[in-house]
Design a protein around this ligand. Structure first.
Ligand SMILES: Nc1ncnc2c1ncn2[C@@H]1O[C@H](COP(=O)(O)OP(=O)(O)OP(=O)(O)O)[C@@H](O)[C@H]1O
Length: 947
């Protein structure tokens, strides 16, 4: 472009400016005043000149360098300021162009891109309106303005279209004014109409595209944005087309630039759509993944729940199995006859420090002690028992395993529960409870009795039970009946435990027993005042005798239960006991060590078991050696300084646990046997009547057993020895010999005679010669007890005499008796009675299938007998139980030679076994065996009747 062109352009512009300035004056006086100032005009003209000159100097490339960009920016700024002059207020003036921003007069910084975009739009609008100022021809003619616009568009592309955002708003009022200011009045309606139609067109176009966009967006949102929807693509394309078309329509700019820009915009939009779709897809996938994971999680959670349930089920099953195992183990132990041993650890007492405990660990069945060096390097010692109860175990827990034993008593077994342990270790607490009793603190005694009465009540439709109680203490080797108020020691014999003098009192409820126990405790306390805390220095034993009759069959079951609270073991040197206390301690230790000896002998299965070395071992004899079910609670204190006693206590207890007593025996007597016994009694009575033995008749006619005597609900009368005015229960006391065990039944006449039995009579009755009365060492005490001079137990197991006699007797007694009977028949002789008795006995031996029961029955009382009479056992077992005589032997043994036994071949069982005469009529059917005979007669001696 030549200088002429520039000048003419300048003059055109100057004219326009002039014209416009004049017109604006008319429209807005204030504005015009400002715009009309010479300096501004001049300035505007100068800017314009400069701008045009610069732009003319160089075309701005599409992607300008920094310098080019700044140049273009500056050109645009100048142009805009010119335009600002032309249309005041339409475009803000540019004060500065720092970086790529534009500072307007009020100091606000705008992005250059936004600013020039607005300028472009403004120019396009003006052009669209057909304003003369910006006639295309003018621009094209001058070419400068188009370059400026180009420059602006180039800037736009430089900053990318996508950043396009806000547009300047400018006052349409101002614009209209500017447009109409130089128009003739007649042109105005046309112009306004044209402008309005364009505005409407644009407005409608924008509204419709806006609506479509809104619809598409909402549909996409409804679809969850899964994929690019076809309509949307169409809209995009349409938009692109529109944009392209628009670009084509733009006459003010180059053909290519808008096309490129539109294409770019489309590409960018499409890309963005794709991105959005991808994102949506990812979102969808993630959602699906989440849902899948959620489902999986909940499934796994369910499975875990099921697994946990099955685990807990298995765990409870495991515990059940453990419990079952323990029960089975206990059953096996019971079958083997092992003494059950439960260990209980006392808690620290109030005021004691619990830091120094000797107990390290307690498991279900084992306890580990922490031991000082002197007990071994390991520092630990473990002991195993049937169960170990820790310090926190409740009375109920401790009793829980004992319940089965209570049932056994009602089933006809003998049971012994005893508490062992060092002084103050909690024996009395376990057996009776603490001083202040409540429902939870009741000890084994109370609970056992409660159960006993409860179970007997439950069985009342099938069984009729009668229960009686005895209570004794052993103090300094003297036995004392605690249920007698006179406080006399009933038997001070050092040779025998003369328990028959201990009262046996029928009871019908736990409270009655508690009442008796209180009496017993009071009696114990009387001693205690004199002898310094005697209650803990003596062994006490509560014995409960139970007899049950099965109503349907008449079968009799007898069981008894000893509940023994032993005196505490004590180290004399440690306690520094002196005088009476020392004597007590020595007695206690002696009896406990005797107990230890008995246990050791039993554990080693020795043939000799030294029961007689103390009253205690005699008391426990039927529990330790008589096939009873025996349970020991061993107690220990937790204090570290008691470790010595604790270890020896537990060692002792472990030894006890190894003792096998043989399986417990059932004390059962069938109705048939009972009938036979009754027949015997009546036959005896008939014979006695004939003999005029009124005393005998009288006694025989009385009911044969204590419990039978009580029939009709009346309690047995108290003994003659009972002082008048005693407690009602005391008044019902029975001498023990009347009520002891099974063998206490009937034949009280024998008791009253206080006679023993005569084996010689039996031998005579069986055609045997009596054993020579060579020894006076076997004596009868006043109650018929047989006492050896020495206390040593006699083991007759290996005695050939017995075997011999047994064989002879067994095989031929029946014939012999029948012959004897035939000889005596009609003679009214007493021998007939003996014959009947013996024949019955024989029949029982030969035919009675309840043989075992008989044996069991006899056994239950056997120990009592021996205990009472100091009579050594004459059975085959090492410990004196009469259980080794076996029924098959009884039935198979035969000897042709029985009628005239060669007495030279039958040595006396023992020189000490000399028996008094005159008791032949008291023969028991069980006298089929010598061993049994002796035993039976012992029973008779003790109980007063040996039917
Ligand atoms: N399991 C326990 N829980 C709480 N206190 C107990 C427990 N065992 C024992 N005691 C308390 O310990 C003290 C001694 O107990 P207990 O009299 O029963 O011992 P002991 O072995 O019978 O003594 P001794 O041999 O002198 O007769 C008592 O005060 C008793 O209450």
């Amino acid at each position: 472009m030549g200088s002429e062109g520039v000048v003419s352009m300048m003059s055109v512009v100057e004219d326009v400016l002039k014209q416009q300035g004049n017109r604006l004056n008319d429209v807005d006086l204030a504005s015009r005043k400002a715009e009309e100032t010479a300096s501004r005009r001049y300035e505007a003209a100068g800017w314009l000149r400069k701008t045009v000159g610069i732009v003319a100097a160089k075309d701005l490339p599409e992607e300008p360098s920094e310098e080019e960009f700044r140049l273009g920016l500056r050109s645009g700024m100048i142009l805009c300021n010119v335009l600002n002059k032309v249309v005041p207020g339409a475009i803000p003036k540019v004060v500065e162009t720092p970086g790529d921003s534009v500072i307007v007069p009020d100091g606000a910084a705008l992005s250059a891109y936004q600013y020039f975009e607005n300028v472009r739009n403004f120019l396009v609008t003006l052009q669209d309106m057909g304003l003369p100022t910006f006639e295309a021809s003018d621009l094209e003619q001058g070419g400068k303005s188009s370059r400026v616009v180009h420059c602006v568009l180039a800037l736009k592309s430089y900053h990318e279209w996508k950043q396009m955002g806000e547009f300047f708003t400018f006052s349409s009022k101002v614009l209209v004014r500017a447009v109409l200011s130089d128009k003739k009045p007649e042109e105005i309606p046309f112009l306004v109409e044209s402008m309005l139609s364009k505005v409407m067109e644009e407005f409608e176009h924008r509204v419709s595209s806006q609506n479509e966009l809104v619809k598409t967006t909402s549909k996409d949102l409804d679809d969850g944005g899964r994929f690019i929807s076809k309509p949307k693509v169409d809209i995009l394309e349409k938009n692109c087309t529109t944009l392209k078309a628009k670009g084509n329509d733009m006459n003010l700019i180059d053909e290519e630039a808008p096309k490129n820009m539109l294409l770019k915009q489309c590409t960018i939009l499409a890309q963005q759509e794709r991105d959005i779709q991808n994102l949506k897809h990812i979102l969808h996938t993630t959602k699906a993944g989440m849902q899948y994971m959620k489902a999986q999680y909940s499934e796994e959670f369910n499975n875990l729940g099921k697994h946990l349930y099955s685990l807990s089920h298995a765990a409870s099953g495991y515990h059940k199995v453990l419990e079952e195992n323990r029960k089975l183990y206990n059953q096996v132990q019971d079958l083997k006859g092992n003494i059950r041993v439960y260990c209980r650890v006392r808690p620290f007492l109030p005021g004691q420090s619990s830091i120094m405990s000797s107990v390290g660990r307690i498991d279900d069945g084992s306890i580990t002690l922490i031991t000082p060096l002197k007990y071994g390097k390991e520092g630990r010692k473990s002991f195993s028992f049937n169960k170990v109860f820790g310090p926190s175990a409740s009375q109920e827990e401790v009793f829980s395993d004992t319940q089965a034993l209570i049932r056994s008593v009602l089933d006809g077994y003998n049971v012994c529960i005893f508490a062992y342990g060092q002084t103050g270790s909690g024996k009395t607490y376990t057996m009776s409870g603490p001083k202040v009793l409540n429902e939870h603190s009741h000890g084994v005694n109370y609970r056992a009795l409660n159960d006993l009465f409860y179970l007997s009540e439950q069985r009342k439709d099938a069984f009729h039970y009668e229960i009686a109680v005895q209570m004794i203490e052993i103090y300094n080797e003297l036995v004392r009946d605690l249920l007698v108020n006179d406080n006399k020691i009933r038997n001070s014999s050092q040779k025998g435990l003369n328990v028959p003098d201990a009262r046996l009192i029928p009871v019908t409820s736990t409270s009655e027993v508690i009442e008796l126990m209180n009496i017993g405790q009071r009696n114990r306390a009387v001693g205690a005042t004199a002898l310094n805390d005697r209650s803990s220095r003596s062994h006490s034993c509560l014995t409960i005798h139970v007899q049950g009759r099965e109503m349907a069959s008449g079968t009799i079951l007898r069981g008894c239960m000893h509940l023994v609270d032993l005196a505490g073991s004590e180290r004399v040197d440690k306690s520094e006991a002196k005088g009476e206390r020392l004597k007590e301690a020595q007695h206690i230790n002696k009896s406990l060590s005797a107990l230890g000896d008995v246990i050791a002998a039993l554990a080693q299965k020795n043939s000799h078991v030294p029961y007689r070395n103390s009253k205690l071992t005699q008391l426990l004899q039927d529990s330790l050696g008589g096939q009873a079910k025996t349970l020991m609670f061993v107690h220990i204190s937790p204090e570290a300084d008691a470790i010595g006693e604790t270890i020896s206590t537990l060692k002792f207890a472990e030894r006890v646990a190894t003792v096998e007593l043989g399986s417990a025996r059932l004390n059962k007597e069938s109705g048939e046997v009972k009938e036979l016994k009754e027949q015997i009694v009546s036959l005896k009575a008939a014979l006695a009547r004939k003999d005029g033995d009124s005393e005998y008749i009288q006694s025989t006619m009385s009911s044969p057993d204590l419990f039978a005597r009580k029939a009709g609900g009346a309690l047995p009368p108290c003994s003659n020895r009972q002082p008048d005015g005693e407690d009602c229960l005391i008044n019902h006391r029975q001498p023990m010999e009347e009520v002891g065990n099974i063998e206490m039944r009937g034949n009280s006449g024998l008791k009253q005679k206080n006679t023993g039995f005569d084996l010689q009579q039996l031998l005579l009755a069986t055609g045997s010669h009596p054993w020579p009365d060579t020894d006076s060492s076997l004596k009868f005490q006043k109650h018929g007890a047989v006492v050896g001079d020495d206390d040593s137990p006699r083991d007759w197991e290996g005695d050939n005499t017995l075997d011999f006699f047994y064989k002879r007797y067994q095989s031929d007694t029946r014939d012999h008796l029948e012959q004897q009977y035939n000889r005596n028949i009609g003679g009214g002789r007493k021998e007939n009675h003996e014959y009947e008795v013996q024949r019955n006995q024989f029949d029982n031996v030969a035919t009675d299938n309840s043989d075992d029961l008989d044996a069991a029955t006899s056994d239950s009382s056997e120990a009592d007998m021996l205990w009472q009479f100091n009579l050594p056992k004459v059975t085959g077992t090492p410990n004196g139980c009469g259980t080794r005589i076996k029924k098959p032997q009884v039935k198979l043994m035969k000897s042709p030679d029985i009628r005239t036994p060669n007495h030279s071949n039958i040595p006396s069982p023992s020189p000490s076994r000399k028996l008094p005469s005159g008791s032949a009529q008291s023969l028991n059917r069980n006298s089929r065996l010598p061993g049994f005979e002796v035993k039976r007669f012992s029973s008779i001696g003790k109980m007063g009747n040996g039917k």
